[in-house]
Design a protein. Structure first.
Length: 81
């Protein structure tokens, strides 16, 4: 099996892996902030949408972490060959 030599796509993948978790966490904090700051608003349904969206972002962060872990394991195996 030929080892991957890198290039543009490797740089893009690395950038996404490095920046992805931070972006997901920022979205979670933002939506939860809107949820908590919106108390007393006349539209409780909107507050629940913010909370629900934050929970969806938490799932994205978990999937990203899982994928990053799997990718790192695969890359390590490829380097060891």
């Amino acid at each position: 099996m030929r080892k991957y030599q890198g290039g543009y796509y490797e740089q893009e993948n690395n950038r996404c892996i490095e920046q992805g978790p931070g972006r997901e966490l920022a979205a979670i904090v933002q939506y939860m902030k809107h949820h908590y700051e919106g108390e007393g608003m006349e539209s409780p349904a909107v507050l629940e949408i913010f909370k629900s969206t934050a929970k969806d972002e938490m799932k994205h962060a978990e999937n990203l972490a899982r994928g990053s872990s799997i990718l790192a394991e695969c890359l390590q195996r490829n380097l060891n060959q």
